[in-house]
Design a protein around this ligand. Structure first.
Ligand SMILES: Nc1ncnc2c1ncn2[C@@H]1O[C@H](COP(=O)(O)OP(=O)(O)OP(=O)(O)O)[C@@H](O)[C@H]1O
Ligand SMILES: [Mg+2]
Length: 216
């Protein structure tokens, strides 16, 4: 299946993590690695211990190596939840960058990075995590970034996205960029501005189409 590079974008509390948690179940990969920064009930509501590993990352923690991830796959684990809420943004970036080579070595998996605005900002220079999407598709990795504003993500990263899940926004730069990617569909900005709580649209950036408004 062609890998997907997805951004889920919206303000705090709009339902991004709720959608990401359901998306995790739908991605057709044997292993789904989910990075999150706070205990979030959306992720933990349906945890089945046999298919899940919980990893808490502390300051000075070693990266998760390839053997750990291979062991997970061999043991039938589908979800690896990595909590990095004990790390500040710089330590978290460093740790996430150190995780990327293991993900690349395994391939055929999905990576979901929640609260990506904390790690994937424009000025973020240690770039392994931010650059991963540029070749993720060639090694069978789906990448999902969950963030507050589309423009939080670097222009390079935005260029390679294949899908955008948009919640209500009145951020002009986000609306402009999406209108451009949809071939200047002027009605688009109005659709996104008028989305009700939990409503969102899924935009297929490769084909310039959008879904009807939906609440899962
Ligand atoms: N479609 C929905 N129907 C009912 N409740 C929902 C729906 N989507 C989200 N919620 C609830 O709304 C609350 C906020 O959702 P969520 O945590 O997904 O927001 P968020 O966009 O990830 O916020 P933040 O940016 O602060 O992490 C949660 O309690 C969640 O269970
Ligand atoms: Mg969230």
């Amino acid at each position: 299946m062609t890998p997907k590079l997805i951004a889920i974008v919206g303000k705090s509390g709009c339902g991004k993590t709720w959608v990401a948690a359901r998306m995790a179940a739908l991605l057709s990969r044997p292993l789904v690695v989910i990075v999150h920064t706070h205990q979030d009930p959306s992720y933990f509501a349906h945890i089945d211990e046999a298919s899940t590993r919980l990893v808490g990352v502390h300051r000075g923690a070693q990266p998760l190596g390839t053997p750990f991830l291979l062991d997970c796959i061999a043991a039938g684990v589908r979800y690896v939840y990595i909590s990095i809420y004990e790390l500040g943004p710089n330590a978290a970036r460093e740790w996430l960058d150190s995780l990327v080579p293991s993900l690349e070595a395994i391939g055929n998996l999905a990576l979901i990075v929640d609260e990506a605005h904390r790690f994937c900002r424009h000025e973020y220079v240690p770039e392994r995590l931010v650059e991963l999407p540029r070749w993720a598709r060639s090694i069978g990795i789906d990448v999902v970034f969950v963030t507050h504003r589309l423009v939080d993500l670097s222009p390079d990263l935005r260029t390679v996205l294949t899908y955008l899940v948009m919640f209500h926004s009145d951020e002009p730069r986000d609306l402009d960029e999406c209108s451009q990617r949809l071939g200047m569909d002027r009605a688009w900005g109005d659709v996104v501005r008028s989305l009700a709580p939990y409503e969102h649209v899924v935009i297929d950036l490769e084909h310039g189409r959008r879904s009807p408004v939906r609440v899962i």
